[in-house]
Ligand binder design. Structure first.
Ligand code: 1PR
Length: 523
């Protein structure tokens, strides 16, 4: 029997699914007494440090946790569940942590993109039961902007390299905690959870100890989902955002089945975009929540969901905030949410008024769930101009001149699935959203979408150089070479594709195999 501590933020469903998949009975702690009565306690923290500690204190969980930890009883902390063990965090300097381990949590101070998102390795510093069956070359999924700095080096279980070396796991007696997410780390993560479940697992060190670990470039499979004309939820795919063929919505398969297939083929993440979310209210769209719940039962890589995340008033006048909409997605199994149309509206407001309100979807969701959980999906379209002085936007000199020989262009943001162009460029949108607390950019390109002509390198470089958060390059993948090109000619951290995977033109396994042979990319 495993007791799981859910303080109400983030995606604990995946941890429950992963543990249950391994045969464990999981009880969710509903009181401090449940924590004290636990045989084994798992604390999967997702979100922001300050909010987490406020809830732990308000529910009296903090005192129970301190007693449980002090008694050296079996504990597995994940991500924020590791950071909570420390005395405090730069993320919320006024809030004390549990103080079980002396030391602090600090923000990455590195030249690389922050948050650190994706698959990285571990160096194992001391024997541990959780390492049984690992060979040491495995990669695990990380998603965090802060890392722990223990005073006592003896508690360090693992380290990881990202713009420098940081502590990615600790062990003190029976208390083990990892910065990475075993429940999102495929088979290797399942192994770690299984080792924790089996009380007789002997402590060991994996045979391989890499000198340095590397963050892999991620390959993401994207499922554009909507109801077809018969009302069934299907995966569709457009050409430059037009998903109809001879008037009918293209049907390329069922969302849950396709997600399972891509997990089996080695996708590093899966993204669902509810492409008609802008006109429907997502919480009324129960099938989409059911898709997430079903997928997260046996797909153990991160899931992102986008479409319709914004404030909403229903027909009876009940108001829902974007935070409530996002919360429902997180509860259903999403690890990140992606905001499209509403991000444009929010940025326009900030630019017009010169100030942030503090309660926009981007700010409120990142405050509770952490910036790493907030992706901004940008749907830009290229607009040619004769001279940079023609518009008040970030203008690029292009190697691909326009129809009338124009050698400059800007990338116009669109909303509602490309149906409406706005007076805002993609670079400014990305920059503004980063300031508001977004943790990642999903950069689509309407001109390239579904064409198979390759990613828009000029667009990607323009946006990537304007932000310091990770960027997912999207739209236009038509060959394995296109993935190689995007990772060598831009600094994108991830590449997303849809059509070539859905139509089985190039299997995901093939893309990963091709990139693995090229040392500088290290997928
Ligand atoms: O605006 O917050 O409700 O979110 C709506 C979301 O739905 C946005 O993220 C937007 O990008 C997406 N969306 C809206 N309409 C469409 C459409 O296709 N008609 N799909 C759409 C966007 C683009 C990519 C696609 C890549 C790769 N899909 O995600 O998967 O371009 O395709 P490819 O590899 O086949 O070239 P909101």
């Amino acid at each position: 029997m495993i007791t799981l501590l859910d303080y109400g933020a983030g995606n604990v469903r995946s941890v429950i699914n992963a543990l249950q998949g391994l045969g464990a009975s999981v009880r969710v702690a509903a009181s401090a007494a449940d924590i004290l009565a636990a045989e084994k306690l798992v604390f999967p923290g997702v979100g922001a440090f300050g909010h987490m500690m406020q809830v732990l204190n308000a529910k009296n969980y903090a005192a129970a946790l301190k007693a449980y930890l002090g008694a050296n009883r079996p504990f597995l902390g994940i991500c924020l569940g590791l950071q909570a063990l420390f005395e405090g965090s730069e993320e919320a300097p006024e809030t004390a942590g549990l103080g079980f381990i002396t030391g602090r949590v600090q923000r990455f101070r590195i030249a690389a993109a922050v948050p650190h998102i994706g698959w990285n390795g571990i160096n194992c510093n001391q024997p541990s039961p959780i390492f049984a069956g690992l060979d040491g070359n495995e990669k695990f999924y990380f998603v965090h902007a802060y890392h722990v700095v223990p005073d006592d080096p003896d508690v360090i279980l693992t380290t990881t390299d990202y713009g420098g070396r940081f502590v990615s796991g600790i062990q003190k007696g029976n208390i083990i905690a990892t910065q990475f997410h075993p429940e999102k780390s495929g088979a290797a993560g399942q192994r770690i959870l299984q080792n924790f479940l089996q009380s007789d697992t002997p402590a060991c060190l994996p045979p391989q100890r890499p000198a340095r670990t590397h963050l892999a470039k991620r390959i993401i499979a994207c499922l554009d989902v909507r109801a077809n004309d018969r009302g069934d939820l299907v995966v569709t795919k457009g050409d430059q955002y037009d998903v109809r063929e001879k008037g009918t919505v293209r049907n390329l398969g069922k969302p849950v089945e396709l997600a399972r297939r891509y997990y089996a083929e080695g996708a590093d993440e899966i993204t669902f975009l509810n492409i008609t979310g802008f006109r429907d209210f997502p919480l009324a769209d129960m099938p989409m929540l059911a898709v997430l719940r079903e997928t997260s039962k046996n797909v153990f890589v991160p899931l992102t969901i986008g479409g319709g995340i914004r404030d909403y008033t229903d027909k009876r006048g009940r108001r829902y905030t974007a935070l409530e909409v996002a919360a429902e997605y997180f509860r259903s199994g999403a690890d990140k949410i992606s905001i499209g149309s509403d991000a444009v509206r929010i940025a326009e407001d900030v630019l017009r008024t010169g100030r942030a309100t503090g309660d926009s979807a981007i700010e409120s969701i990142s405050r509770v769930y952490g910036s790493q959980a907030v992706v901004i999906s940008i749907d830009p379209r290229r607009v040619y101009v004769k001279s940079p002085a023609d518009v008040r936007h970030v203008v690029l000199k292009t190697d691909r001149p326009g129809p009338s020989g124009e050698s400059y262009c800007w990338y116009q943001c669109t909303v509602k699935g490309g149906r409406e162009g706005r007076d805002l460029d993609a670079v400014t949108l990305a920059r503004t959203c980063e300031k508001l607390g977004a943790g990642e950019i999903l950069l689509n390109c309407i001109d390239r979408d579904g064409t198979g002509a390759g990613f828009d390198i000029e667009l990607i470089n323009a946006v990537k150089s304007a932000v310091s958060i990770p960027l997912i390059a999207s739209s236009g993948a038509g060959s394995v070479e296109h993935f190689y090109e995007v990772f060598t000619r831009t600094a994108a951290e991830a590449a997303l594709a849809a059509g070539i995977f859905h139509r089985r033109e190039i299997p995901l396994t093939e893309v990963k195999k091709y990139l693995r042979g090229r040392a500088e990319i290290r997928p």
